[in-house]
Design a protein around this ligand. Structure first.
Ligand code: NAP
Length: 313
């Protein structure tokens, strides 16, 4: 199978009779995605005779690519960076979460309709419970970013009535806009604290320093750390041992943020658990049957080292 398809490939698509590609992840970049190996394992286990591909599609190609994929009778798609926010406008139906935050990561093509879903939100909650044995409702959470993934994570924190929610984004206005969308979830104090339950902060060292003592969980929902040589989105000197760090990035067991957290004595996990759960929930939307979670987990599990492995959580 070709490793990565482009818009040009879609325009000249040759339908293969055996194991045709009928699902895929659409992104820019997309080479790092582990979704194909995870979904192909699920498809093989469930004896569904189709495959899952990778589609490198630029932002200005998204509408045409989705239209072509629908015409080619694909079952569905996953969307990753940077398409989650542009895609809802192309859908005919959206689930309730997607409607509120205008971000989707899953598409189902059915009865000549394009339907958009957001499985990142519930997947994040399951991932945090699995990694740290805690529930979002007990946590003071700070999210780095206000893009597609951050919106889903923020919505889930709000729906589960977390103690506090702080959004830090480079473009401050976008962080403020996200906070306003979630305001009605945060009426009234939950526990006594002089800090606001919901706020947007600027991406500045002083602003981070001021927050850390009143935060339990920091989530990286930016692409910082995705490319080799990237720094940690927050330096180790800004972190503290009481923190839990969840990096939605999963390229490499120790992402720069996970390394910085461990250096600061904090607990940390990379985004593999969120990838697993968003993928399992997408599989259930496409096929209306339970996803083979453990088969999918095994397909993305990092190889075990022979010497004692470094724990990230
Ligand atoms: P997106 O919609 O493009 O949003 C990107 C966000 O990151 C924006 O808020 C942007 O801030 C911020 N950002 C970009 N470059 C930055 C930099 N150099 N410094 C600080 N902030 C920066 O992307 P997305 O779809 O939300 O994806 C974000 C990340 O989440 C990706 O790395 C993706 O792989 C990961 N993710 C993982 C999973 C999983 O299952 N593990 C699921 C979803 C997403 P501005 O607003 O200022 O531009």
């Amino acid at each position: 199978m070709k490793e990565i398809y482009t818009l040009a490939d879609l325009k000249n698509w040759k339908k293969s009779a055996r194991h045709p590609v009928r699902l895929g992840v659409v992104g820019d970049p997309v080479a790092h995605s582990l979704s194909p190996q995870m979904q192909d394992a699920a498809l093989a286990h469930c004896r569904v005779d189709i495959r899952y591909g990778r589609f490198h599609i630029l932002p200005n190609e998204l509408a045409e690519a989705i239209r072509l994929l629908a015409k080619l009778e694909f079952t569905g798609l996953n969307l990753t960076l940077p398409h989650k926010i542009a895609a809802p406008a192309l859908m005919e139906e959206l689930d309730d979460d997607a409607k509120r935050i205008r971000a989707i990561n899953t598409i189902k093509f059915e009865d000549n309709k394009m339907r958009g879903f957001n499985t990142d939100a519930p997947a994040f909650s399951r991932a945090v419970r699995e990694e740290f044995s805690v529930d979002l409702r007990d946590l003071r959470v700070m999210i780095l970013g206000a893009g597609g993934a951050a919106r889903a994570i923020a919505l889930q924190c709000a729906k589960e009535n977390c103690e506090r929610l702080v959004i830090a984004n480079g473009t401050f206005e976008k962080g403020k806009l996200l906070v306003e969308k979630l305001r009605d979830f945060f009426q009234g104090p939950k526990v006594f604290s002089p800090m606001p339950r919901l706020q947007a902060i600027r991406w500045e060292e002083n602003a981070f320093r001021f927050q850390i003592a009143n935060i339990d969980l920091i989530v990286n929902a930016t692409p910082v750390g995705l490319r080799g040589g990237d720094p940690s989105p927050l330096a180790a000197r800004l972190l503290a041992p009481h923190l839990m760090i969840y990096d939605t990035i999963y390229s490499g067991e120790r992402t720069p943020f996970v390394s910085a957290a461990l250096e600061a004595g904090a607990r940390a996990a990379n985004g593999l658990s969120m990838l697993l759960h968003q993928g399992a929930l997408a599989f259930e939307i496409w096929f209306e049957r339970e996803a083979p979670l453990e088969k999918m987990r095994a397909a993305i599990r990092p190889p075990q080292r022979s010497s004692s492995p470094a724990k990230t959580s």
